[in-house]
Design a protein around this ligand. Sequence first.
Ligand SMILES: Cc1cc2nc3c(=O)[nH]c(=O)nc-3n(C[C@H](O)[C@H](O)[C@H](O)COP(=O)(O)O)c2cc1C
Length: 358
Amino acid sequence: MSLLFSKTTLGSLTLQNRLVMAPMTRSRAPGNIPNALMVQYYEQRASAGLIITEGTSPSPNGLGYARIPGIFSAAQLAEWKKIADAVHAKGAKIFVQLMHCGRIGHPLNLPAGARLVAPSAVTAAGEMYTDAEGMKPHPAPQAMTEADIKATIEEFVQAAKNAIAAGCDGIELHGANGYLLEQFIRPNSNQRTDRYGGPIENRTRFVLEVAEALIKAIGKDKVGIRLSPFGVFNDMPAYEAMTADYSYLAEQLNALGLVYIHIVDHSAMGAPPVPDSIKTMFRSVFKGTLILSGGYDAARAESDLAVGKCDLVAVGRPFLANPDLIARWQSGAEVNAPDFNTFYTPGPKGYTDYPALN
Ligand SMILES: Cc1cc2nc3c(=O)[nH]c(=O)nc-3n(C[C@H](O)[C@H](O)[C@H](O)COP(=O)(O)O)c2cc1C
């Protein structure tokens, strides 16, 4: 009897199976507004238990990448509603990943009046793609004032309320992969000397305040978080106190009672390994649902569920390339390989045209 393909619960929700579609930025939202093509893409993949959407900005300031969607305007909300309806009609649940890019962005990708903000004015190494001028070095971000921090928390709250108003089942805070929340957690990007910087109690203050405000706004069963301990993406070097820092964060998130924690592991994509011990730590400290991700196939997903390493397994690239991944994994059929060249290009090619079995 397969655990992977059997029903389970997530907070007050029933999931049709334990396979989660991992959040994947696809840059198919010109003008930062979702559209019919995105409705079709998510609907095609709605045999998952849970779909976590691509990184979606809670505010104009958070739109670091070209053509990523937001969830702060009425026009965006109306389209998210269509996505939620289409996904629900096929039986999946849907959480919107709230991604504020912080210093990972470029003014050429931002709407008029928006600003590149971060905990400190520390420029990220590396480059950002822009539609207007191609690759550009990351510019220096502006250090957020206390007023900026307050306003940003309010933006997250409104975005979460919008997701629920659009009919989505919850939100995932993107606390991973070098974006704003992780920029606060990590000492290289957070060099503040106020109560949001310095010791880990201070560096986690922003993420915990956001999480708490969201719980208050939409309920703890509707708020999850993604974290990438030992992740180095977007200029986030490893450092001595990583395990201790994330153990503290795990305890605090457990106390808040979020519905899930979702751990990133990009070692299958060439990133440094994420020690098993940190996943075990999250498993023992956090009493809610634990989602693991990174390089899973059906056999490994089944065995990690069987030994109780996690409650749900999230899968990225296989879902990207196989709209009917569940049916394929269930029947042992061949899977389509992902086409890296069309991960972030506009239009249906490499997006909605991956063939299903029948
Ligand atoms: C095209 C692409 C876009 C991605 N965008 C996001 C994103 O918006 N938010 C996020 O948390 N992770 C993102 N990821 C990471 C995936 O969620 C996942 O962690 C990664 O693909 C590893 O899982 P896999 O081995 O099953 O593909 C992205 C990955 C890919 C391939």
